[in-house]
Design a binder for this molecule. Structure first.
Ligand code: NAD
Length: 278
């Protein structure tokens, strides 16, 4: 039976630290707060906002929703983001994706002040991630993976780590963080040939593809440490990229979905907001 890398446990540990930092800020008259910009009425965006508001308020962090209709123009949205950049009440900004097709995402992400870019979408923060700078905001999910491994004392130095997924949100920045930890990193993607051959030789496998059941018994070995970043809905049930029931008995450590990396991601977001406020 594998050791379960419990994201809720990692999040609990982080929560105590976050609350201490929030209290110290409030003693200085600063109330840390996030502003979420949402265009349109996607159900998943509303669900995210609801979940984030609850989690943030549990740590004393404010969460404001700047909500615009589907018909909002790009120029108006840019002006609104500029105003939020300058508003001292907000220390972090997240713009929900996707934005409507009439709005260019590249223009929006570059309008966000890097100092408030707690989701790490601006070129300035991403460049810092790729340079290995310490003073930038790291993408929350990528950092959540490394923090979870750290929490459970998993040594990354010298380990062969396979990351499945090459997005700018998860796969690529995660590879940079792992390199910083002195791991030897392989990035796999949708065109990788014989994925199982690559993953089954790795010490640590991180699945971030958005493909349920991608990592199965043939993908692992008995010492594998398996981290599941995937979030998929299958028959109304939340599931990751790993076939958990069949893989868990075969490996040494594994994260569940739900209760794994997703739980830690929100904590990293809160850490970034608090850092921005500090
Ligand atoms: P994406 O669609 O932008 O990228 C997916 C990547 O996976 C691509 O690089 C693609 O090449 C690769 N891929 C897809 N199918 C593959 C296959 N069959 N074999 C090998 N590689 C394959 O997605 P993303 O934004 O990077 O998110 C990835 C997953 O992580 C999604 O399920 C998403 O919902 C989830 N996610 C979770 C969190 C969290 O907090 N846990 C946060 C962000 C994203």
């Amino acid at each position: 039976m594998a050791l379960l890398l419990n994201g809720k446990e990692v999040a609990r540990t982080k929560k105590d630290q976050i609350i201490k930092r929030v209290d110290a800020l409030k003693a200085r008259g600063i109330s840390p707060a996030l502003c979420i910009v949402m265009v349109g009425d996607r159900a998943d965006s509303h669900a995210y906002v609801k979940g984030a508001t609850k989690a943030l308020s549990g740590c004393g962090i404010g969460c404001h929703l700047a909500h615009f209709p589907e018909t909002v123009g790009e120029q108006q949205l840019l002006e609104e983001i500029k105003a939020i950049n300058q508003n001292p009440e907000y220390h972090g900004i997240i713009v929900m994706r996707p934005v409507p097709a009439a709005i260019r995402w590249e223009t929006i992400e570059e309008a966000i002040s890097p100092a408030k870019d707690v989701d790490c979408v601006t070129v300035q923060n991403l460049a810092g991630v790729f340079k290995g700078d310490a003073g930038v905001f790291y993408p929350c999910t990528a950092k959540a993976v490394v923090d979870t491994l750290d929490h459970y004392g998993v040594e990354m130095q010298g380990k062969n780590v396979v990351v499945i997924g090459r997005s700018l949100v998860v796969g690529k920045p995660l590879a940079m963080l792992l390199i910083k930890k002195n791991a030897t990193v392989t990035i796999c993607h949708s065109k990788t040939l014989d994925l199982d051959r690559v993953t089954s030789r790795a010490d640590i496998i991180v699945a971030a593809a958005g493909t349920p059941g991608l990592v199965g018994p043939a993908s692992v070995n008995k010492d594998s440490i398996v981290v599941d970043v995937g979030i998929n809905m299958v028959d109304g049930k939340l599931t990751g990229d790993v076939d958990f029931d069949r893989v868990e008995p075969l490996v040494s450590m594994i994260t569940p979905v739900p209760g794994g990396i997703g739980s830690v991601t929100t904590s990293v977001l809160m850490e970034n907001i608090v850092t921005a406020a500090e």
